[in-house]
Design a protein. Structure first.
Length: 450
């Protein structure tokens, strides 16, 4: 009988040795930052830990794992855009799976045991695969998942690839400044140490050539104390190197040191009825959630503007900037459109992904406190009903003139803590849509119109 949680995990992985993507999915989640990864990012992240020669993980297979074999190990949360986030429920599991020596099951394909930096670098590259691209292959960060805008910088630092992000002005423009500054502080200290090493100077010699003491340089180079901008410039001048890249890092780090990023954050808002915009089935709704932050807050906006300007000045070979006018292709493409969506699941058909659906009409709170709403996807030209904070026996039905109504019943306690959806009605007359809620053990429905 297993006595430790990792032993139980390994036994379970052996039992499901035919599910070749189970370990890669759990390993990817072991590296997840913040409150967890959404499905759209996880499907790419798992590829970093998939054995060579194994088929790629599809979204359909990922859904099956998250709802099946992996479910015991997961916690779910809701992102600010309504997307479901996944993370491991116990840090002991994450620590075990992050170890390059954590053995795969005897029946499972063996993966090369790479050191942690190598694994982090593979993960970083696969995360970049999740950023939508323009026809020329450029990354469209404005369409990237919120997780990538918040946490790619930390993944880059872990992989030793922060310079790659600093070369991408689009990333710096759209990244979440609140989570960008922290990794940049560490990256700045690392960059300063690298420049100082190239000078070949000791701390005593460096102090003699600049206006800063030996003890000050020791604190600056080890990230113990905020470094003045003039010290960055002095170090680069001593090394005979351009200062633009380190000054770009300094601008971001200074936003954190000075408190500009923190002080400019608005207070969280608490709406009375909380409905994320595009949650997938299986999400755990919250009765209150954080309000959305503006895309660029005032203090960090100045830092990011300075970074963009510095990068433009220092990259003399880049040429004139070019505007991106092409819209990215939908990925994954929706599985249906119009009447072909009739009766299909909004999540499995990719009609309910973030950015593809919105509430049609107001959100409704029923007499029992259950939340219900009509959802509509213009991409798929289809509608469905959504229900949350329900009780066992509650039912929700979406109907329209001339088509078969679609109904969902809450039939287990597990369904009371997640979003549930009706099947879709394809190409409906939106003005004629009606959503009816019937509480458990009652017969009179409570109906709402679009």
């Amino acid at each position: 009988m297993p006595r430790r949680l990792p032993d139980l995990l390994e036994l379970d992985l052996q039992r499901h040795a035919d599910r070749i993507h189970l370990r890669p999915v759990l390993t990817a989640l072991a590296f997840a930052q913040g409150r967890g990864m959404p499905e759209s990012v996880l499907v790419h992240a798992a590829a970093a830990f998939t054995a060579e020669g194994d088929p790629p993980l599809s979204l359909r297979d990922l859904y099956a794992l998250l709802d099946g074999e992996a479910r015991f190990y997961l916690r779910r949360d809701i992102d600010t855009d309504g997307t479901t986030l996944y993370r491991l429920f116990h840090e002991g599991l994450a620590d075990w799976l992050r170890q390059p020596t954590s053995p795969p099951s005897a029946e499972a394909p063996t993966m090369t045991a790479n050191p942690l930096p190598g694994r982090a670098e593979r993960l970083f590259e696969r995360l970049l695969d999740g950023v939508p691209r323009d026809p020329a292959g450029g990354m469209l960060w404005q369409h990237a998942a919120g997780y990538l805008l918040r946490h790619t910088a930390q993944h880059a630092v872990d992989a030793g690839r922060i310079d790659k992000l600093l070369d991408d002005a689009g990333y710096l423009q759209h990244a979440d400044p609140h989570t960008l500054a922290g990794p940049q502080c560490a990256a700045l200290a690392e960059g300063l140490r690298a420049v100082r090493a190239r000078t070949g100077l000791s701390l005593v010699a460096l102090a003699e050539r600049t206006a800063y003491s030996k003890s000050s340089w020791e604190r600056y180079l080890n990230g113990k104390k905020p470094v003045p901008r003039q010290a960055v410039e002095a170090l680069c001048a001593t090394a005979g190197e351009p200062s633009g890249r380190l000054l770009a890092l300094w601008e971001l780090a200074d936003a954190e040191w000075s408190g500009r990023a923190r002080l400019s954050r608005p207070a969280p808002q608490r709406p009375s009825v909380v409905v994320p915009t595009d949650a997938e089935e299986g999400a755990v709704p919250r009765r209150a959630r954080r309000g959305r932050w503006p895309a660029v807050v005032a203090g960090a906006a100045a830092a990011l503007a300075a970074v963009t300007a510095l990068l433009a000045v220092t990259d003399s070979d880049a040429g004139e900037p070019t505007g991106l006018t092409a819209s990215p292709a939908l990925d994954p493409p929706p599985a249906c459109h119009g009447t072909t969506c009739d009766g299909m699941d909004p999540g499995r058909s990719f009609c309910g992904l973030p950015g593809r659906a919105d509430a049609l009409g107001p959100v409704h709170r029923t007499r029992t406190g259950t939340g219900v709403e009509i959802r509509y996807s213009s991409v798929c030209a289809a509608a469905w009903g959504r229900i949350w904070h329900a009780k066992v026996g509650d039912a929700l039905e979406l109907s329209a003139v001339g088509v078969r109504p679609r109904r969902v019943v809450i039939d287990s306690p597990a369904d009371t803590g997640v979003y549930r959806f009706t099947a879709m009605i394809g190409a409906p007359d939106r003005a004629g849509l009606r959503l009816c809620f019937t509480a458990a053990a009652e017969t009179d429905p409570e109906c709402f119109h679009a």
